[in-house]
Write a protein that binds this ligand. Structure first.
Ligand SMILES: NC(=O)c1ccc[n+]([C@@H]2O[C@H](COP(=O)([O-])OP(=O)(O)OC[C@H]3O[C@@H](n4cnc5c(N)ncnc54)[C@H](OP(=O)(O)O)[C@@H]3O)[C@@H](O)[C@H]2O)c1
Length: 288
């Protein structure tokens, strides 16, 4: 079962290949969806300070009866934190909300504050190096087992590599059929940085795409399953979000293989960059 499979990061920490996303989910709903996911066999949950649902995730995991070491919990330092002190304090606050003494992974949510994404060329190199130092200190203090970044482009990662004591273990980025950032993925692979695919179903828009629908039919799977299998076959962690327990189970059924020829076609396909009603989110090219 794919939910038991892991990728290994360069520091030896294993991360389940599929995790449950929780963006735009209230704390109460996150508690319910995490409970449902854990019942379905998920052990990897992706939350963030910015999602304001860490306490709901914390309630679900602490009351699950599942041993803490069997879970993999990621949270993210909010994009508004731009200093060592703010980042360090936010890590302690997250651990409290998550009701745990350590997180499995903490990542910098964005190299820029959200209101400047797609608006400014300032990549906040100095501030990101400071935030990174807070993560390194938390790692050394064993408050977190792996540290990484998110939405970082090649230049953003190079900045961290030039200033760090500990190299990033992961980069969580927008990656799905129709919008696969090969340059960043290749750079990360070259530097031993594990890539996590967020919005693997393009926030749901992939379900309406004709190439994805046609290819999914060929394999007798749903568009969502095709999308998740695609991310896994590229060697990426997949983080599908669902509030529906049936969908959660379906998304974990990745036991089929996309042929080399179809993978090539899907990798080259770059026409799914219109997120329709969701296009205003900075992560999809919009402005906050
Ligand atoms: N680091 C970042 O900046 C960042 C940015 C975006 C996302 N993320 C992470 O990535 C996670 C996933 O991304 P996302 O939330 O944008 O969306 P997504 O996983 O690409 O798509 C979620 C949508 O697809 C639907 N869906 C899921 N499985 C389905 C299935 N089997 N059949 C039919 N519909 C299905 C969901 O509806 P139902 O609830 O009805 O299933 C929901 O509407 C986030 O929740 C978050 O944890 C991180």
């Amino acid at each position: 079962m794919i939910l038991n499979e892991t990728f290994k990061m360069y520091n030896g920490v294993e991360i389940p290949k599929i995790g449950l996303g929780t963006w735009l989910v209230s704390s109460d709903d996150a508690e319910k969806s995490v409970r449902a996911a854990l019942s379905a066999g998920y052990r990897h949950i992706d939350t963030a300070q910015g999602y304001q649902n860490e306490d709901g995730v914390g309630r679900a995991i602490s009351e699950s009866g599942i041993k803490r070491e069997e879970l993999f919990i990621t949270t993210k330092i909010a994009a508004r934190h731009r200093s060592y002190a703010a980042a360090a304090a936010s890590i302690d606050e997250s651990l409290k909300k998550l009701r745990t003494t350590y997180a499995d992974m903490i990542i910098i949510h964005s190299p820029q504050p959200w209101e400047l994404v797609n608006q400014s060329d300032d990549r906040f190199y100095e501030e990101n190096a400071e935030i990174w130092r807070a993560l390194e200190d938390a790692y050394e203090a064993k408050k977190v087992r792996a540290i990484g970044v998110s939405n970082f482009l090649v230049g953003d990662i190079e900045n961290i590599l030039a200033h760090c004591r500990i190299r990033p273990m992961s980069n969580q980025i927008l990656a799905h059929i129709g919008n696969t950032p090969h340059e960043v993925i290749d750079f990360c692979k070259k530097h031993g940085i594990l890539v996590e695919a967020y919005s693997p179903i393009a926030h749901g828009v992939a379900k309406r795409d004709s190439l994805i629908i046609k290819t999914a039919e060929k394999y007798g799977v749903s568009p969502s399953r095709l999308c998740i299998r695609y991310a896994l076959q590229l060697g990426l962690v997949a983080l599908p979000k669902s509030l529906d327990p049936d969908h959660m189970r379906e998304n974990a059924d990745a036991d089929f293989v996309i042929s080399d020829g179809d993978m090539k076609t899907l990798c080259e396909y770059d026409k799914l960059k219109d997120y329709a009603e969701f296009g205003n989110f900075p992560v999809y090219g919009g402005k906050k």
